[in-house]
Design a protein around this ligand. Structure first.
Ligand code: MRU
Length: 353
């Protein structure tokens, strides 16, 4: 399976997704600023993958910090973490990863700076491994909701490329196929930067999953004609009430799905759920450069100087979401806030197929 990112000794190796599917090129980042730039320019993208990248970038540059006390070490780490958080505001995974590294440092402050540096590397690698494990679990829970012969529509890329491996939205499909079910995928092209056309089709074709590419505006007609059985998408940040921020156009897919009585699932590791915000209204939406809209793969498709709106994400209200598939089980959006409460009986909360 394709690897979006790995720890390569004194480098962080990233598969340059901006060049896919035409070229498979890896870039070796030698410090955190190279990683931050790769995140900003979508060389690595997808919420879990950029969380992993941010952690690895910080761990990498932390090795060069000269500090004689814990306080000095933390002060030197702060700008690195702030840079990572500022790269892309919508996905919560970067902040989640930075908070996790910070908490680890505070808990182990007595161990000394050199040990803490090693711990950062260990933790960044653990974040990657845990993401893959979470995705496998999302796959197992989600596969129960996929019937033999199903056609699944997905938007953007929430596959292996967007994560440490296996994907979130793609995981239930992969597990269902491992179970012997015939499952095919319809991939929205996902303008403006075509993650569906360039990335989802590419990675699914590599894995042998039958995939059909459509323009974004075909989804409604296909749903109406009975060609889609369910939708599964990923998320950059889901609020406590189950409102879901994901790639621009997700909201349209969700509304169309409801109109056509098609289940709309969101595959979300707990690292993408922001329990600190009550609703999607608090989710910052990243605005990206106009060129992404006026150009396709570098070629102009609009008159020079035209005004552009380019919101990278939208928020789908929880009422359009059938269920959220997490590594702990499948839950109604309204039940999400109970999932991390200690002592809650998850098997009572879980949605059954
Ligand atoms: O702008 P991108 O390509 O980073 O947007 C990615 C998405 O919208 C994904 O669906 C989301 O991050 C979930 S990835 C498991």
């Amino acid at each position: 399976m394709v690897k979006s990112i790995e720890w390569a000794g004194e480098k962080v190796r990233i598969l340059d997704q901006s060049r896919l599917p035409f070229e498979v090129v890896y870039i070796d980042c030698s410090d955190y600023s190279m990683v931050a730039d790769a995140i900003k320019t979508l060389k690595i993208r997808g919420a879990p993958a950029i969380g992993i990248a941010a952690a690895m970038g910080v761990a990498l540059s932390a090795q060069d910090i000269k500090a004689s006390s814990f306080e000095e070490f933390m002060a030197a780490l702060k700008p690195l973490m702030d840079t990572m958080i500022s790269t892309r505001p919508t996905a919560v995974n970067i902040r989640w990863a930075m908070d996790r590294l910070k908490a680890l440092m505070l808990k182990n402050r007595h161990l000394g700076v050199e040990t803490l540096k090693k711990m950062l590397v260990y933790e960044a690698k653990a974040i990657l491994e845990e993401d893959i494990t979470a995705n496998r679990a999302i796959g197992s829970w989600g596969a129960e909701f996929i019937k033999n012969g199903a056609t699944v529509l997905t938007h953007c890329n929430a596959g292996a490329l967007a994560t440490g491996g296996y994907g979130t939205a793609t995981a239930p499909i992969l597990v269902a196929r491992e179970q012997g079910k015939e499952v095919q995928v319809i991939a929205d092209e996902t303008r403006p930067v075509l993650q569906g056309a360039r990335l989802t089709t590419w990675e699914l074709m590599q894995t042998g999953v039958p995939v059909t590419l459509i323009t974004d505006n075909s989804a409604g007609a296909l749903m109406k004609n009975g060609r889609i059985d369910l939708c599964i998408v990923g998320t950059d940040r889901t609020a406590r009430n189950g409102d879901v921020a994901n790639k621009i156009g997700t909201y349209s897919v969700a509304v169309l799905a409801k109109e056509n009585n098609i289940p709309f699932y969101v595959a979300a590791p707990l690292s993408s759920i922001d329990f600190t915000i009550p609703s999607g209204e608090e989710i910052p939406i990243e605005q990206r450069p106009a060129e992404e809209v006026t150009h396709i793969c570098g070629h102009p498709v609009a008159p020079e100087g035209v005004r552009v709106i380019n919101m990278a994400f939208d928020v789908t209200p929880a009422r359009y979401v059938t269920a959220i598939i997490t590594e702990k089980g499948v839950f109604r959006p309204g039940d999400l806030k109970k999932v991390t409460i200690e002592g809650v009986n998850l098997s009572e909360l879980r949605l059954k197929p």
